[in-house]
Ligand binder design. Structure first.
Ligand code: TRP
Ligand code: SF4
Length: 328
């Protein structure tokens, strides 16, 4: 029997290379392995910090799912669905919230960090504190054995395991404890060398056109001490080099050439363009083609929601029965 895998992404609109190499690339590998994958648009999670302005939530979902499809997520193979349209997520999150001690939530590092980072906004809400409980519900509903996540999500996954254990201990064995599927993901810095993020304005989109791509590459941060082509350079810290490591199978050669002052930054950037352009071109072409189909994303999600609902319903019924919440 196939085992289940679940992962999710908050709908942030068009994806960038950080999203791709950090998550989507791994999803594609898993989709084409032997397991049943569930890929979720985590729109309820988006509300935990973005509840005030929901005006762009639909277009963000549409853009993100189009990118998923353009990159190769296949609704024939994977269940692609929208969290808020599968009400079992909200219901199980409520049930799990009953057995989750506040202390477990307050000690999660991402909670304190985000409170600090987003201090301008009122996010000290019940929903925000409960973010990882909702995430636990997402995972446990599908009895997923594996969850592809980045390092930053490990504390959420550990909490999910603890909640599953506690539930099984109190009410009897219903849930399977999931494990993190950590892959090696290359580091993708943004144009300025900070973490790639839409909000920093330093992102390279996954479906960038060739002209757009050159504009971005020409702006990339390089070694500021390397002024002339034959100055020796320091590839560590250089954004162009970080991308060579991903797109250039001979990146070690480039490292030496840079250090020995045998190549200039402009030539190095042009070379990068020649490597990235053919890698990204099929994606933006595919995306343009998909974007022409009216209602594509809506239809994909509707079909996926139905499949997710069937699976989630079975588990939720089991949980309710274990808690004596089935009909009296
Ligand atoms: N919290 C995850 C993130 O920010 C998104 C997410 C929501 C998720 N539910 C999930 C990831 C369930 C894995 C499993 O990246
Ligand atoms: Fe970066 Fe290439 Fe310039 Fe070296 S030559 S600093 S790797 S852009």
């Amino acid at each position: 029997m196939k085992k289940n895998i679940l992962s999710g992404m908050r709908p942030s609109g068009k994806l960038h290379l950080g999203n791709y190499w950090g998550a989507l690339h791994r999803w594609l590998e898993l989709q084409n392995g032997g397991d049943q994958c569930f890929f979720m648009v985590a729109d309820l999670h988006a509300l935990t910090t973005g509840y005030e302005d929901t005006g762009s939530i639909k277009s963000n979902i549409e853009e993100m799912v189009l990118d998923w499809l353009a990159a190769g997520l296949d609704p024939e193979k994977s269940v692609i669905f929208q969290q808020s349209r599968v009400p079992e997520h909200a219901e199980l999150a409520l049930l799990l919230s009953m057995i989750t001690p506040l202390g477990w939530l307050e000690r999660i590092p991402t909670y304190k960090e985000q409170l600090r980072e987003l201090s301008g906004r009122e996010i000290a809400t019940h929903g925000f504190l409960g973010y990882p409980v909702l995430q636990a519900a997402d995972i446990l509903l599908y009895k997923a054995y594996g969850v592809p996540v980045g390092e930053d999500q490990l504390s959420h996954l550990e909490l999910c395991q603890e909640i599953a254990r506690r539930f099984n201990h109190i009410y009897g064995p219903v849930f399977q404890e999931p494990k993190a599927l950590l892959g090696q993901t290359p580091k993708v810095p943004g144009l300025d060398g900070r973490k790639m993020s839409k909000s920093y304005g330093n992102a390279v989109e996954l479906t960038e056109t060739s002209e757009g791509l050159w504009q971005k590459i020409s702006r990339m941060y390089t070694d500021p001490q390397k002024i002339r082509a034959n100055d020796p350079g320091h590839p560590e810290g250089c954004v162009v080099y970080a991308l060579h490591k991903i797109y250039n199978s001979q990146s070690a050669v480039r490292e030496t050439e840079c250090r020995e002052g045998r190549i200039g930054c402009v030539a190095c950037k042009k070379h990068l363009l020649s490597l990235m352009e053919p890698a990204l071109k099929p994606l933006h072409e595919k995306r343009a083609e998909l974007a022409k189909k009216p209602n594509l994303v809506r239809d994909v999600l509707e079909a996926g929601n139905e499949k997710a609902h069937q699976a989630a319903r079975t588990t939720l019924d089991e949980a309710r029965r274990a808690m004596n919440l089935d009909p009296i």
